[in-house]
Design a protein. Sequence first.
Length: 446
Amino acid sequence: MKDTMSTRRHFLGATAAGLAAPLLAQSTRHSANDHVQVALIGAGGMGSGDAASSLQVGGVKLVAVSDIYQGRLTHAKEAWGNDVFTTRDYREVLARPDIDAVIIATPDHWHQQISMDAMNAGKDVYCEKPMVQRIEDGKAVVDTAQKTGRILQVGSQRVSSVVYQKARELMQAGAIGQLNMIEAWWDRNSAIGAWQYSIPPDATPENIDWDRFLGRAPKVPFEPIRLFRWRNYRDYGTGVAGDLFVHLFSGMHFVTGAIGPQRVYATGGLRYWKDGRDVPDVLLGLYDYAATDKHPAFNLALRVNFVSGAGEDSGFRFVGSEGILTIGNGVTVSKTPRESEPGYTIDTFPKATQEQFLKEYHDKYPPRKAIADSIRPDSDEKFLPPRGYNDHLDHHRNFIAAVRSRKPVIEDAVFGFRAAGPALLSNVSYFEKRVCKWDPQTMTMG
Ligand SMILES: NC(=O)c1ccc[n+]([C@@H]2O[C@H](COP(=O)([O-])OP(=O)(O)OC[C@H]3O[C@@H](n4cnc5c(N)ncnc54)[C@H](O)[C@@H]3O)[C@@H](O)[C@H]2O)c1
């Protein structure tokens, strides 16, 4: 990236003075042999996975890491080398002219602010899902991406998966006839599955920048559980809807070409993991999708259950008039052709009526002896991805390729917000006990 260093410095000076970024954003800053210089903001579980996938893409260098917990900065140097610049203040990362792109893997309540600060500082952004914590946050991210011309990829890796691509191709080819409903679920039954993550013994006020963790959330005294298990609190997370429904929305929108429901209703409760969390551990959502030029009208039913006694499982069922497409490890299309005659239910009619009915029925459907050819092909067609296939790596490949080429990513801010919107509305519906309206075109609440 040497060739553009001076431009970057100049540009960052300009943004520091409060100017917008669009000019630099239009330019192509990466030649084929250049490394893309990446920084990680939020170096916990997913951030570490994101950094690993990004490095695996090739042609990527991790140059800086920001986290508000010192232990994660120490771990970053252990994992990626002493040369990696570390800081508790992400703005120091954004001020570095040698950084092209940032991966944002903080708790949800920081996504909007850091994404916008990063784009305004001239950085491309890979931001973990959900793109925003609150519906009100979404438009500003969409607008900033547009205004600055920066690349923004949201981190729902399913949309880059060959499995979901196969499902999309099959749907487009009419594999299940006319779609009428979709079910998707995500069941868990373990403490870690239910977000009871480990709290390190060195979680002290000295090692944690508590105020920077809280950010825009209400000021509360130091309490490490709120940081290390942030998903359990509405102040920082987005409940199971923002954490997991959002993956189901993004995967399903990718497969069907849908952009969002018009009506949202969610119900559920906190049934088992009563550890002080203020979000449900069982959530059911119902969504009405209107017809578009991509799909007929259909209904969607989503479920997350963290107390599923039979163990962990997740998947999709796309139900159509001619078959069902299931996504699990791979894609399965199951078909049972309709019978060639409708059959009858005449046993309780008077005898003479039965006889008359049967005569007319057999005139219409003459009795035929079963022959081998009359056996109906009840079929299950399965498509499995190659062994060890990693959609997360493909999602980062797509991002890094876009950073180089300036071509659109697969999951931009609009796609990301259209997945996050109905997921976040599920929380509104659950907590306010009401049906919510959503305009998927304008991405606004009704
Ligand atoms: N794509 C996926 O499949 C997937 C899977 C898991 C998590 N995620 C998403 O990734 C994000 C992170 O989740 P996680 O499980 O890694 O959580 P985590 O708690 O393990 O990591 C979050 C990190 O962010 C740090 N942090 C908090 N505030 C910060 C700030 N202001 N500046 C810098 N660092 C800050 C925390 O100290 C922590 O190290 C979430 O948005 C989550 O929804 C995505």
